[in-house]
Design a protein around this ligand. Structure first.
Ligand code: SF4
Length: 291
């Protein structure tokens, strides 16, 4: 049995720095993460056990603890209204928004200021897209893929100043390219398009590496939170190239025996998957299938 792990597996730069900051805040006390700092239930649980409180609204912080409470802003950012409210309530924002995400905030705010509408190629309701559209003062539309774009975009009227297209940092590159080509070409309701390919380098490299490896594999195991956008995208990519692909959250949910006939297995983690989780799955597979 040949087991391969992509070099790009494990925390990306943005997630690593926000998780390190989270553990530091947990030690300092009176600190809160606004939403899950990373889409990985095990890491979030470890942080809660270390003393960092998980909140989804600032009102969850008891009044007597609000003054100088430290609020960790996750790598994929929050809506602008949240940072404003943190300051207004006398709390301190520890802003770990990834620079790649901040760059998108600046791009869409500038585009809106010049009268352009914004289309985000991403997942509706995802924290990053919510944070991005909160910076748009003109019309903002979210589409996930070409099929959605073909349905939603022609029915809208867009600003004379044109449309700015961005991608969620963890979106599927192929979906972004298909949406871009449609908007730039055949779409009738858009006359001027300014596109920014904002899928981050870490996501791009991870997707490409997995694509290359999955074509040669007879089984793939994708590890990470079921609620993680980037992990789900990796699963979709591997599954399209290798039918025997599973998505598990960690080693505890691995059915190792199901892979005993596989000769070439790829094990990959997402940007929010600790490298130790990938190593545990690999060790378990070797134990059960190699002996
Ligand atoms: S996936 Fe990309 S944008 Fe998101 S935190 Fe990691 S490096 Fe930053």
């Amino acid at each position: 049995m040949n087991i391969r792990v992509p070099k790009s597996s494990g925390f990306c730069y943005g997630v690593r720095r926000s998780v390190e900051a989270a553990f530091q805040l947990a030690r300092e006390g009176n600190a809160y993460m606004y939403g899950e700092v990373v889409h990985n239930p095990q890491v979030v649980e470890a942080l809660v056990q270390s003393g960092l409180h998980l909140i989804h609204d600032l009102s969850e912080i008891p009044l007597e603890h609000q003054h100088n409470a430290k609020i960790l802003i996750r790598a994929h950012g929050v809506p602008e209204s949240v940072t404003t409210e943190i300051t207004a309530l006398g709390m301190v924002a520890i802003d770990m928004t990834c620079p790649h995400v901040k760059k998108i905030h600046v791009l869409v705010a500038k585009a809106a200021a010049s009268g352009m509408d914004v289309i985000v190629c991403g997942t509706p309701g995802h924290p990053e897209t919510l944070g991005t559209v909160s910076r748009v003062t003109t019309q903002a539309v979210i589409v996930q893929d070409l099929d959605e774009a073909r349905v939603i975009i022609p029915s809208r009227t867009f600003a004379q100043a044109g449309v700015c297209l961005v991608a969620q940092t963890t979106h599927n590159q192929a979906d972004y390219e298909a949406v871009h080509d449609y908007l730039a070409g055949e779409c009738p309701s858009i006359t001027a398009l300014t596109a920014h390919a904002t899928i981050c380098g870490a996501t791009f490299a991870r997707q490409n590496e997995l694509r290359g490896m999955a074509t040669q594999a007879d089984a793939c195991i994708i590890i990470g939170g079921k609620n993680s956008s980037n992990v789900t995208k990796l699963y979709d990519i591997a599954r399209a190239l290798c039918p025997h692909t599973v998505h598990i959250e960690n080693a505890a949910s691995l059915d190792a025996a199901a892979f005993s006939d596989a000769q070439n297995i790829v094990i990959a983690g997402g940007a929010s998957t600790p490298a130790e989780d990938v190593a545990k799955v690999e060790a378990m597979l070797r134990d059960v299938c190699v002996g």
